[in-house]
Write a protein that binds this ligand. Sequence first.
Ligand code: URA
Length: 219
Amino acid sequence: MNLTDLSASLRDCERCRLSSGRTQVVFGIGNPQASIMFVGEAPGFYEDRQGEPFVGAAGKLLTELLQSIGLTRSDIYIANVIKCRPPNNRDPLPDEIETCKPFLLQQIEFIRPKLVCTLGNFATQTLLEKKVGITKVRGQVIRMPQFLVFPLLHPAAALHQGNLRGPLLEDFKKLKLVLDGMDKESQKSPTQKSQAIPQPLAESKKDTPAETPVQMDLF
Ligand code: URA
């Protein structure tokens, strides 16, 4: 099984109620060898029509934000937690997330990105396996057993609340620093490589990330 097989296996998926209202399954798109993967929430109207994630207004903003840090969409892979459009773009329900999550995890396994950038609460909470607010964890590298997560605000949130545009830009600037740091780290010889120094855990127990935030040696 590879990424293409997985996509084909989901084309006629009827595991949850969302199959009845969708035009098509929106599996994911981009570079299957990407070292950076972005994960959004669920397809919206245009994504459902075109079969590609992030092709509407939020997608346009995402493309601009990527460009602002020297990336294009062909450098990355993009998918959503939920592969089918919820009716009227409502929030995904917990059972829909549970049903679709294994396929997101398989996508990550096949792509093996160095960093998984989660956009907004749903993607962040799904991959951190914890009900943690995006505003608490955004801009931190968080180590999960199989991959590193970097949560960012969702571009759609910045479209609805103009005051989030600045913070979203900041998240992308931080992402650039993290990626540059990772590049430097990967160019070092094995003996030069530093051990990542864990940051102290956040104060609130309820809202802490599932795993320890990682301090890359550039900070
Ligand atoms: N488009 C997507 O594909 N995903 C989102 O989360 C929002 C818009």
